[in-house]
Ligand binder design. Structure first.
Ligand code: EPZ
Length: 416
């Protein structure tokens, strides 16, 4: 068991380089299952979820060579019964579309919910069904088979990121044209489409609300660099806004971070932007505002907890409306232990800014909740101990090293 110990009240100063995107690399790792050749993937973040996904690829027989460049060859993979490993990360359900496209059949444990919501996969299954795959569920294992998938028009009732990605993976080698309408438009979808097109797929429209996939006979190995993680970038921006100071954030794609940047500017945080970097100039005081999470290009739900933590010590009141997930305020109780004044009513949180926060013993309830606690701890007076930091390690590479290099008083300790 490990904890993060943070002594708040220190200003942030320095430069941090953002790692590759967790939510881009996971679907791309799943996509390698479609490719009977060697793929060279760069800028892969060192995250727990990445290691879990790589173990899963190896379970199916992929050759994996980690290093500066991640080398994966799925020429000799075999279809196998589902591995319990898939229960460790939800994104593992993305291998279903790839295995269905590669083998015409796949069995997988139905993913359960998680802390932030029920996380159904009905839209994924609707897409596979539309392509002609039959499905049967027994004992919590879903068996999907469709030897010859045929392209179809598929309407997504909600622009689900995972369903969009899974249907893309299943349809890249299907016969004919697949149209995915009302699909997700996140930058990670574009990165997946770029990766697949380099392998010989024919995907257009990624980043819009309609993706068209023309079936390709076969795919070959590619070399690809993962886009920067826009949520990690946003998290460091808010850490600087909360602690105060000057923080330069490098290796970003500025357009991916616009929703976060506009909100911070609304909160009177000064940001100087460049093409692949930005600098936050903050005095540690923000003016609270309202936040409503929406599918991209709306305000990202993955930044909701971090903004609530920032506003806990802001001026005035802010209303946070979480429209994407049904249970993404669990961390509020932990912020209240630090003196925050936040009331949650269903999908709304009313954040009344307080003069100051005080360090306390708190626990991360999920990945982004953990990031929120780090932000509040940096702004709080005194010492904060954060438990359950394995959640944080799922999505942030060496978080304490990066924050220490920015002048934060943070350390990771082992505890019994
Ligand atoms: C991806 O999850 C991200 N994860 C999440 O990031 C992110 O919060 C989410 O997209 C939204 O942006 C990865 O990319 C690995 P969804 P995903 O399918 O694909 C409902 C993080 O912190 N829905 O867009 O699971 C669902 O219940 C993580 O990095 C259905 O109803 O998200 C939810 O309410 C957390 N039926 C909404 O859509 C379905 O079949 C959004 O889910 C699928 C989803």
């Amino acid at each position: 068991m490990e904890k993060l110990i943070i002594n708040g009240g220190n200003k942030i100063n320095g430069t941090v380089r953002v790692s590759g995107s967790k939510n881009a690399v996971l679907p791309i790792l799943a996509a390698t299952l479609l490719i009977p050749d060697t793929c060279y993937i760069y800028n892969v973040p060192a995250l727990r979820d990445v290691y879990t996904m790589l173990e899963l690829l190896k379970y199916y027989g992929a050759d994996v060579e980690a290093g500066e460049c991640l080398k994966i060859n799925c020429s000799n993979i075999q279809n196998r019964p589902p591995s319990a490993m898939v229960r460790d990360i939800r994104a593992s359900f993305l291998i279903v579309g790839a295995l269905l496209g590669r083998f015409g059949r796949v069995s997988m444990f139905m993913p359960g919910g998680c802390k932030i919501g029920q996380r159904p996969v009905d839209l994924h299954l609707k897409g596979f069904g539309a392509l002609g795959a039959s499905q049967s569920l027994e004992g919590g294992i879903i068996d999907i088979s469709g030897k010859y998938l045929n392209g179809r028009e598929i309407y997504l009732d909600f622009p689900s990121v995972g369903a969009t990605e899974n249907i893309m993976l299943a349809s890249v080698t299907a016969k004919g044209r697949t149209i995915i309408s009302n699909c997700a438009a996140e930058p990670e979808i574009i990165d997946l489409a770029n990766f697949l097109n380099k392998a010989g797929a024919k995907i257009t429209g990624a980043g819009s609300d309609t993706i068209v996939v023309e079936g390709a006979p076969a795919l070959s190995g590619v070399s690809h660099s993962i886009i920067p993680d826009r949520i990690e970038a946003g998290t460091f921006m808010l850490a600087a806004a909360a602690a105060g100071g000057e923080c330069r954030i490098e290796n970003i794609m500025i357009d991916h971070i616009r929703p976060v940047m506009s909100k911070l500017r609304e909160m009177e945080v000064d940001i100087k932007e460049e093409e692949n970097a930005l600098t936050v100039y903050a005095d540690g005081i923000v003016v609270n505002t309202d936040i409503k999470t929406l599918p991209y290009p709306g305000f990202p739900t993955d930044m909701q907890a971090q903004f609530t933590a920032l506003m806990a010590k802001g001026l005035g009141t802010g209303i946070v409306n979480e429209t994407v997930f049904e249970n993404r305020f669990m961390y509020v109780g932990e912020l209240i232990k630090m003196g925050a004044n936040i009331t949650v009513e269903g999908k709304l949180a009313v954040v009344r800014g307080v003069e100051g926060l005080a360090g306390a013993e708190v626990n991360a309830t999920d990945l982004r909740a953990g990031a929120a606690l780090i932000i509040s701890a940096l702004a709080a007076e005194g010492k904060t101990e954060i438990g359950n930091i394995h959640y944080i390690d799922r999505g942030y590479e060496e978080i304490e090293k990066k924050l220490s290099a920015l002048g934060c008083k943070i350390k990771r300790v082992k505890c019994p």
